[in-house]
Design a protein around this ligand. Structure first.
Ligand SMILES: Nc1nc2c(ncn2[C@@H]2O[C@H](COP(=O)(O)OP(=O)(O)OP(=O)(O)O)[C@@H](O)[C@H]2O)c(=O)[nH]1
Ligand SMILES: [Mg+2]
Length: 438
């Protein structure tokens, strides 16, 4: 289904090349790629078997330019024609805005072509797309084959609905651009109509599309395709692959045995991406909490009635960092313990209560020694040599953030990390540092 991106004023249209096996769908895309993008700015992505049969799909992205104030991007896909890839065919067809039915003109393909027309209808319906409303163009391909069936026969047998039809020699570029232009115009008309911006002037649309493809048409070789048998002029996939590799595009070849590991690897990659997205989500939620707390703190401090530090600051900041225990301590000039201005959860600070007559409270020592933010990851070992008082039971780590006013330290925040909580990381250090200077 066409995708509208209102912010970038872009519409992306999906076109699917459908048809029986070996009919020339991939060749259509390869040729279009060469004609529209000879420098290979955008890559053609093909997931093929080792003998170049489409396994999943081919994808060619293309920028068409502006139509009716919107930048039109086109995504061209081919389905695998081989009969046993039914589920893949259905999946690739989902959301198609237009379809090209590539018909192999050789008599051997007659039965398969009939099957394909029926199969397309079924798969459009399976995708909840109306076959009679989906823009569809028929391409009689391989017209260079000496024994190609007459177009009148093909038309009578297959195109009973009288869909637009084009003769083509996809390998030589004949009819490829014309087919594409026709389905593109029809898909644009349909897509724009659905979104309430109907194309009023179809001739003008035709001119825009033709202009966008003008250079591509000029690149089609002039000479008439020779009528030698197919096998003499088969498409040179090896040369094409080398050419693409030189351009830095990777035409991916997957054989049956490596398919499973390819799928597992892809799933793993997706899982990893998902995981890193989830952790980014967790981090941004956490940052959101912190930003919220800091932005609530700022107006409290700016209030002229607030006396230096208004009550509730500690609880607010702890909430922002999702911590449960901490205190705001101020220096008492000439004293060896600190003034516990606020302490969560119970109004006391374990390290300020832990004193020795000679040096004063542990909290005071820590605050004096720390500048900015410092962290002790294992307080039991580092502060108490394995003999911690019961008042710090359940505490693992400690963060000390100095409180500064015009470069002069007047106290500190002590944040206790419990055994069950995460360590203090750089995000949180940054947060407490900001809180300390606000
Ligand atoms: N003579 C001749 N051969 C063509 C033409 N178009 C494609 N071929 C050849 O037909 C063979 C199959 O072409 P593909 O484009 O791979 O066919 P496909 O429809 O993508 O096939 P699947 O991916 O298996 O469904 C290749 O060898 C092409 O070179 C054409 O117009 N004339
Ligand atoms: Mg193919």
């Amino acid at each position: 289904m066409a995708v509208f991106d209102a912010s970038n004023k872009t519409v992306t249209i999906k076109l699917v090349y459908y048809g029986c096996a070996l009919g020339g769908k991939t060749t259509n895309l390869v040729t279009l790629h060469r004609l529209t993008d000879p420098e290979g700015r955008q890559g053609l992505v093909s997931i093929a078997t080792t003998n170049d049969r489409t396994l999943f799909f081919d994808l060619l992205p293309m920028d068409l330019g502006q139509v009716g104030g919107l930048a039109v991007k086109v995504k061209l896909y081919t389905v695998p024609g081989q009969i046993h890839y039914e589920l893949t065919r259905r999946q690739v067809l989902a959301g198609a805005d237009g379809v090209v039915l590539v018909v192999d003109s050789s008599p051997e393909a007659a039965e398969w072509n009939v099957w394909t027309f029926k199969n397309l209808r079924e798969n459009l319906e399976n995708n909840h797309l109306d076959p009679d409303e989906t823009p569809t163009v028929v391409q009689w391909n391989k017209r260079d084959l000496p024994h190609a069936r007459a177009v009148e026969d093909l038309h009578k047998d297959l195109n009973v609905r009288g869909l637009p039809e084009f003769e083509a020699v996809a390998t030589a570029g004949v009819g490829v651009v014309e087919t594409f232009a026709e389905v593109l115009k029809a898909a644009i008309v349909k897509t724009y109509a659905k979104t309430g911006r109907p194309v009023k002037d179809r001739d003008q649309l035709g001119q825009i599309v033709d202009k966008a493809l003008e250079q591509a048409r000029k690149r089609i070789p002039d000479e008439e395709p020779d009528r030698s048998p197919t096998f003499d002029r088969r498409f040179d996939w090896d040369a094409y692959r080398e050419e693409q590799e030189d351009l830095g595009h990777d035409r991916r070849v997957v054989d049956q045995s490596s398919l499973l590991s390819e799928s597992v690897a892809t799933s793993m990659m997706l899982a990893e991406r998902l995981e890193s997205l989830k952790s980014m989500e967790r981090l941004s939620k956490r940052r959101g909490h912190m930003m919220n707390a800091l932005s609530r703190l700022a107006p409290m401090l700016a209030d002229p009635k607030a006396k230096v530090l208004p009550p509730g600051v500690t609880a607010l900041l702890l909430e922002g960092a999702q911590r449960k225990r901490g205190s705001l301590l101020l220096y008492l000039p000439g004293d060896k313990i600190m003034d516990v201005r606020e302490a969560v959860p119970d109004g006391t600070d374990a390290l300020n209560d832990t004193t020795s007559d000679a040096v004063g409270s542990v909290a005071q020592l820590l605050c004096e020694r720390s500048e900015g933010v410092s962290v002790i990851d294992d307080i039991v070992t580092e502060l108490f040599f394995g003999q911690a008082p019961s008042s710090v039971d359940g505490v693992a780590s400690l963060l000390v953030a100095s409180l500064d006013c015009d470069g002069i330290a007047f106290g500190a925040l002590l944040i206790y990390g419990r055994v069950s909580e995460a360590r203090f990381d750089d995000t949180e250090r940054e947060y407490w540092k900001t809180a300390g200077v606000l």
